[in-house]
Design a protein around this ligand. Structure first.
Ligand code: NAD
Ligand code: USQ
Length: 384
């Protein structure tokens, strides 16, 4: 299949481009490198030293003997987006090209507006470009489990049947997102569903949990590593805990630590995105997949990291800082996730094994984590 990856320079995008190419798909990517600039803006960097795109592409060719195409450009520029979609006429657009960070979107008005403008306009441009030049294309869009929030009932995959005042319907499950970033994903979901309805486009909207992991089997050379962030803004929970454990920084489950989220290994995320790419929806169909391995509270994850750290000889302490976010710390959480299993998804990577791999990888980049250790503790107050 021909696959266009929007956001190819990112954590998931670079990993997926290699994975799909090695499976025999033809991959071309787009990115404006905003993630690199935005991480620099907050005084941080990736623990893994990531190469510029031209060096990534050359190293991939040298190591795997295959080519990946790339165009630098901004998804907010419609003429650029339309030309790329028209020229490549892809079977699938995997749309990862957004500002993915909740704390960054909560810094101030500029960061909230940037996030929503970047994400909503980019998605709208891709939808219009598909409609005008490539209506057969499947948009595989990365949304987030955080769109649903933490309701006191089970969470279905996108839609649920409801009876109200004697009448029944199947409706989108309510979205109650918890940051300006997560809200941008809700707005995207509404726009994609509408585009499928009026233009007969096809899309899979992936509600993905928090991703963790340092590498996949395609990264057989350090020049092929994907980024790995650990600072208070860009690092996500489990990745941060591992980086903290490596340098002897106490782990930071926020507040009471019982807040529970869905998590998925980077390797399993690749497996799921591949299954969705290779099993597209029907014309006009808008489908929603909940994509994760397991749910955990952040305290549970901190304890798992502590256990593995101890096994490997690290002294790992846990010290819950005050929670900088506005979120429920005690809540019910039971999302469904059956659709990807029906397509053949088999989570193959037990958490403990993946954590050991992460410790081994990160040990090699310890000095880079130490160099930015003042960026670990949270400072962005969501109540401000
Ligand atoms: P990332 O920031 O590493 O990758 C996104 C890429 O898109 C970056 O390289 C960035 O430069 C690019 N980009 C952003 N705006 C762009 C624009 N206007 N034009 C062109 N390129 C642009 O993020 P990620 O962690 O790889 O996440 C990818 C997607 O998956 C995001 O949509 C994110 O919301 C979603 N997601 C991520 C996770 C996670 O834990 N990493 C979990 C659930 C969902
Ligand atoms: N948390 C801690 N300690 C930390 C960091 C985070 O307790 O040091 C807690 C947060 O308070 C939150 C949970 O861990 O309750 C998850 O936070 P996170 O930073 O790992 O993830 P989040 O902000 O939700 O965002 C990440 C990705 C985003 C994706 C989302 C999936 O950055 O792109 O959409 O995970 S989900 O959480 O399912 O919405």
């Amino acid at each position: 299949m021909k696959v266009l990856i929007a956001g190819m320079d990112g954590y998931l995008g670079w990993t997926l481009s290699m994975h799909l190419t090695n499976r025999g798909h033809t991959v071309v990517g787009v990115d404006n490198f905003s993630r690199r600039k935005n991480v620099e803006e907050v005084g941080s960097w990736s623990a893994t030293p990531i190469q510029p795109m031209d060096e990534r592409l050359m190293a991939f060719k040298e190591v795997h003997g295959k080519e990946i195409g790339f165009h630098e450009g901004d998804l907010r520029e419609y003429p650029f987006v339309k030309e790329i979609v028209r020229k490549h006429n892809p079977d699938t657009i995997v749309h990862l090209g957004e500002q993915p960070c909740a704390p960054y979107s909560m810094i101030d008005v500029e960061h909230a507006v940037f996030t929503q403008n970047n994400n909503i306009i980019g998605t709208l441009n891709l939808l219009f470009a598909m409609h005008e030049t490539s209506p057969h294309t499947h948009m595989l869009k990365l949304g987030t489990m955080g769109e649903y929030g933490t309701p006191n009932i089970n969470i279905p995959e996108g839609f649920f049947e409801i009876e109200y005042e004697g009448r029944k319907d199947e409706l989108p499950f309510p979205r109650q997102a918890g940051s300006w970033y997560h809200q941008s994903k809700v707005h995207d979901s509404h726009n994609i569903m509408f585009a499928c309805k009026i233009w007969g486009l096809r899309s899979t909207d992936i509600m993905q949990g928090v991703v963790y992991g340092t590498r996949t089997d395609d990264m057989t050379d350090d020049r092929l590593l994907t980024r790995f962030d650990f600072d208070e803004v860009w690092g996500t929970a489990l990745n941060r805990f591992c980086a903290q454990a490596i340098i002897g920084h106490p782990l930071t489950p926020y507040g009471r630590g019982s807040q529970t989220r869905a998590f998925i290994a980077l390797r399993d995320s690749m497996q799921c995105l591949t299954l969705a790419t290779e099993n597209p929806p029907e014309k006009g169909e808008y489908r929603v997949f909940n994509q994760f391995d397991e749910t955990y509270s952040v305290n549970e994850l901190a304890k798992k990291v502590q256990k593995i750290g101890k096994k490997l000889g690290y002294d790992v302490q846990i010290k819950n800082p005050e929670n900088p976010r506005v979120e429920a710390e005690e809540h019910y959480y039971n999302p469904h996730h059956e659709k990807l299993y029906k397509l053949g998804f088999k989570p193959i990577h037990p958490l403990d094994e993946e954590l050991e791999r992460m410790f081994k990888d990160l040990e090699g980049f310890k000095e880079r984590i130490i160099a930015k250790k003042e960026r670990i503790m949270p400072t962005i107050d969501w109540r401000k």
